[in-house]
Design a protein around this ligand. Structure first.
Ligand SMILES: [Zn+2]
Length: 394
């Protein structure tokens, strides 16, 4: 578990309203109460502390070490014990995946203290390959599998969002050393077991038609966004999640159509040469306006249109020259495959911005290229060359 996620969960039980003060307070409470011992976070500025709380910034390894040296778990237990029994019971439920399902309101304090100490130790010993924390993470996986979802269902839900959190884009599985670490949780989009925050908002939301107990009502999120969905729930967040699920399903279905498509090596070669392109090689810019783009992209996507137009002026001739050096039979076959993939996404009813992004990711996967800019330029090329998008009928 990340520090920010832990802090976000505990924040709701604190009367300290200022976020920066709360972060310092939380760390104070797990350090020995001694005049000579200084909390290293107390020197940090407001922005930095807020960043640590939100997860944008991390506690540094040296600060974590200083905290680790003076850990006082018993003090932290007292801090948690001050929370009301009802709230502690709620905490058991929220932290179940991390502290085990045997947590109760009278042992949650010591479990929280251990968890917090693990988080700090993990940051301090960042290079340790199998820290308690990692083992914890795997326990969570086991937990999910044992509790409810089959392996196939988990795979499907992860594939549906391409292993990225649909709310913040974080990776749902991370690689640390030689280990894969799960950073995902599955939430019920329409809450089946609502938290207090969710209950207060549910009145404004129409119950969806689907069977709520099936994966139709589930989506994979990163752990931080899971907390957000549980504890800062709102109708607008719910609506956003429904749109994400809808899009994820459409993309997934379209992808299953193009699953077996193979592309020619010609494309891989061109994308790879784009990744190492220098300014000197880019002498032959397009000297006319790429009018096809105008007639293919809806006016509401003007940012996308401008981006494509720019890519085409800069790179169209360069890519065309590379294609001209290849076997025309193979190039024609490739262009047909690209068009088929693009049409599959378009036919699913996805918005143009999403189709463009899907095509870029598809090219990235198929050509084994992590340089997304090169893949985006390639997609722009295919827009001008007519494989991606069609003329909008007036
Ligand atoms: Zn997220």
């Amino acid at each position: 578990m990340e520090f920010s996620q832990f802090a976000n969960i505990l924040k709701r039980y604190s009367s300290t309203t200022n976020i920066a003060n709360f972060v310092v307070e939380l760390v104070d409470e797990i350090m020995e109460d001694d005049f000579n011992i200084r909390n290293p976070l107390s020197n940090l500025g407001q922005n930095m502390l807020e960043g640590i709380f939100s997860g944008r910034r991390q506690i540094s390894k040296s600060n974590a070490n200083a905290i680790k040296k003076n850990l006082d778990k018993a003090r932290f237990e007292l801090y948690i014990d001050k929370i009301s029994p009802d709230a502690r019971t709620e905490l058991c439920h929220i932290l179940k995946s991390y502290v085990g399902s045997d947590a109760t309101f009278d042992n949650i304090a010591s479990k929280c203290a251990n968890l917090f100490a693990d988080i700090i130790t993990h940051i301090a010993d960042k290079n340790t390959r199998y820290s308690d924390n990692l083992i914890h993470e795997f326990a969570v996986d086991q937990n999910i599998k044992e509790n409810s979802l089959s392996y196939e269902t988990i795979s499907l839900l992860l594939a549906e969002v391409c292993l990225c959190c649909p709310l913040c884009g974080a990776d749902l599985v991370r690689k640390i050393g030689m280990s894969a670490v799960a950073n995902y949780a599955f939430v019920d989009i329409y809450p089946l077991y609502p938290t207090k925050e969710q209950s207060m908002q549910l009145g404004a939301i129409k119950v969806p038609d689907c069977d709520l107990s099936t994966i139709e009502n589930k989506i994979a999120l990163c752990r931080l966004c899971e907390s957000e969905y549980l504890f800062t729930f709102s109708k607008s967040l719910y609506d956003k999640m429904q749109v994400q699920k809808h899009n994820a399903k459409l993309i997934f279905e379209a992808k299953s159509h193009i699953f077996g498509l193979n592309i020619e090596n010609e494309l891989t070669n061109i994308v790879h040469s784009l990744t190492s392109l220098t300014n000197e090689q880019l002498s032959n810019l397009l000297n006319y306006q790429p009018t096809k783009v105008e007639s293919k992209i809806y006016p509401k996507y003007s940012l996308l249109k401008n981006q494509i137009r720019w890519d085409i002026v800069q790179y169209y001739n360069y890519i065309n020259d590379l294609f001209a050096q290849q076997s025309s039979a193979k190039v024609n076959k490739l262009l047909k495959t690209v068009q088929y993939a693009s049409d599959s996404f378009i036919d699913s009813g996805l918005e143009q911005t999403v189709v463009f992004e899907c095509m870029t990711k598809w090219i990235s996967n198929k050509t084994d290229t992590i340089d997304i800019t090169a893949c985006r330029i390639m997609t722009s090329y295919f827009v001008q060359n007519c494989e991606v998008f069609h003329e909008i009928s007036q």
